[in-house]
Design a protein around this ligand. Structure first.
Ligand code: IMP
Length: 332
């Protein structure tokens, strides 16, 4: 049986560096014909990316994918801002009309956003969109866990693939279905492919260090949910506890609560709904992450993500290594 590693199981070996300042490190990454200065995408979830988050992500140099859990008209309204823009769609139901409307509204990056992307519906949807709109549109497809699935989606015409099944902080897929794969391993496996379709590591990222590991393992971008949850720019109401503490909802899109809201009923429940403390504006959080990632590259002596991927040397750490790697004074 194959042994699969997750972010916490590995560390990057520090390497000789001549980088004198973090400002020498360039975090540029390409998605289709566009280059981004921050390799971070905000997740197309209804408690993460609406108009405000998409705008904030763009301002920070990354990308926000506006969620699809609303009517076509509501989604069009959400993406009606000046900038570069991306929108999520499904692969069944109203997706053909949705793509057509979004395309007419100027959208050229479509995220085919489903839990199990290695599926015949996905093949039909990718081929249909590519046949209709050609190379002008960027198709971000997923999610997948294995190299074989990544290659299938690439063959069907995906321009980028979201890699990671079951690792999200609000995800209960592995508990409910027994399926999934540690996301770090999924990314590492996909990066061994001869296809060079853009890899987007998705789910389970909790620190800047995890982002550095994902990029070093072969990801071109990461998608974030929980790290951005609770910020001012996320959609949703701010609640106040009796003690005056402010919080917002963060929920899996396959949670009972989310399904009830956008479908009126729920079937297989593969996510949870929770609350998180409010965190203020997202910009300082993205800044902190960017600084951590730059520092990470400099520990590997790498000035670019490409250089990092060439130089990265991973080692495994034991359970006591994992404790040593944490801020262990806080455990005492
Ligand atoms: P996080 O960054 O660890 O919070 O993970 C966010 C990712 O979890 C998203 O980008 C999705 O890929 C995934 N996700 C969102 N909702 C659900 C769900 O209900 N079940 C399983 N995975 C989900």
């Amino acid at each position: 049986m194959k042994e699969c590693l997750s972010y916490n199981d590995v560390l990057l070996l520090p390497q000789y560096s001549s980088i004198k300042s973090r400002s020498e490190v360039n975090l540029e990454s390409r998605l289709g014909n566009k280059s981004y200065t921050l390799p971070i995408i905000s997740s197309p979830m209804d408690t993460i990316t609406g108009t405000e988050m998409a705008l904030a992500m763009e301002k920070a140099g990354g990308l926000g994918v506006v969620h699809r859990y609303c009517s076509i008209a509501e989604q069009i309204e959400k993406i009606s801002y000046e900038g570069i823009r991306a929108a999520a769609i499904g692969v069944t139901g109203d997706y053909v009309d949705r793509v057509a409307s979004l395309y007419s509204a100027g959208i050229r990056i479509f995220c085919l956003d489903v839990a199990h992307g290695d599926h015949s519906h996905m093949e039909v949807a990718i081929r249909r969109i590519k046949d209709t709109y050609g190379e002008e549109v960027h198709v971000m497809a997923g999610n997948v866990a294995t190299k074989e699935a990544y290659e299938r989606l690439s063959k069907w015409g995906a321009d980028s693939v979201r890699v990671g099944i079951g690792g999200g902080s609000i995800c209960s897929t592995r508990i409910q279905t027994g399926h999934g794969m540690p996301t770090f391993q999924s990314v590492l496996d996909c990066s061994q492919s001869e296809y060079d379709t853009t890899i987007i590591a998705d789910g389970g990222i909790t620190t800047a260090g995890d982002i550095v590991k994902a990029l070093a393992a072969g990801a071109d971008f990461v998608i974030l949910g929980s790290l951005l949850a609770g910020t001012n720019e996320t959609p949703g109401q701010v609640f106040k506890s009796k003690k005056g503490k402010e919080y917002k909802v963060y929920r899996g899109m396959a949670s009972k609560e989310a399904q009830k809201d956008w479908r009126g009923s729920f079937s297989s429940n593969e996510g949870v709904s929770t609350t998180v403390d409010t965190k203020g504006p997202v910009a300082p959080i993205l800044d902190d992450l960017a600084n951590g990632i730059r520092s990470g590259l400099s520990y590997s002596g790498a000035r670019t993500i490409f250089e990092l991927q060439g130089k990265a040397e991973f080692v495994r750490q034991t359970a006591s290594g994992q404790i040593e790697s944490s801020t262990h004074i806080l455990r005492r």
